[in-house]
Design a protein around this ligand. Structure first.
Ligand code: ZN
Length: 213
């Protein structure tokens, strides 16, 4: 579940905890890889003081390695970098793990799964973007379903244990199909934050997956 607004952060974290979120997904944007500019070390530190939930940091930034040490020191549990801006992906992932953090790779909708194939054993999380990153509240791109299914087969085929996460347009209408396609972790920002009752919303999202189990 995603924390997409800064204030009042502690209240929103408390709301997500009460709603039963498993993780806090933190979108970091640098104004370069994506046009928006949000969230840095200070926010991760603040979140860490508010919660013991894992902080799943999605780095929509160029040269992500410049921030690894600071984000880990601030309390990140996992760092996910974009394959599109990581020419030395294997080395960057190894560095994240060296710092004691879960290492993730994110792929934009137009990026092939082959971008991550050679490092599949080096990742703890594969993030399939089901919208083009940069803004909340976008519509789920339907072709993402097939990509998630192929990602599932790739991970299973390699006996990789990485989490398969999907980010973008996840709501009651889309989550069931995405779960069915093989994802096990979902980022729901807009759906949860715009819901009149976030707790009921998280339960409803969870039920859409359990229903298909
Ligand atoms: Zn994200």
């Amino acid at each position: 579940m995603s924390a997409t607004r800064i204030a009042p952060l502690a209240e929103e974290v408390a709301m997500l905890e009460q709603a039963g979120a498993d993780w806090i997904h933190v979108d970091v944007m640098d104004g370069r890889f994506v046009p928006n500019l949000t969230f840095g070390t200070k926010v991760i530190e603040t979140l860490r003081r508010c919660t013991t939930l894992p902080l799943d940091v999605h780095m929509m930034v160029v040269e992500p390695e410049r921030y690894f040490d600071d984000f880990v020191a601030a309390g990140a549990t996992g760092l996910t970098i974009h394959a599109e801006v990581a020419p030395h992906l294997q080395r960057q992932l190894a560095r994240i793990r060296e710092l004691g953090c879960a290492a993730g790779v994110a792929l934009n909708p137009s990026t092939s799964l082959s971008a991550v194939e050679e490092v599949i054993g080096d990742i703890d999380l594969l993030l399939v973007m089901s919208v083009n990153p940069g803004f909340g509240g976008q519509q789920f791109i339907p072709s993402s379903l097939d990509k998630v299914a192929r990602a599932r087969r790739m991970l299973d085929g390699a006996r990789a244990r990485a989490v398969l996460e999907v980010d973008g347009g996840i709501n009651r209408e889309t989550i069931g199909d995405v779960w069915h396609a093989g994802a096990d972790t979902f980022v729901a920002g807009h759906a949860v934050f715009s819901a009149p009752d976030p707790r009921a919303e998280v339960a409803a999202l969870r039920a859409r997956c359990a229903h298909l189990a």
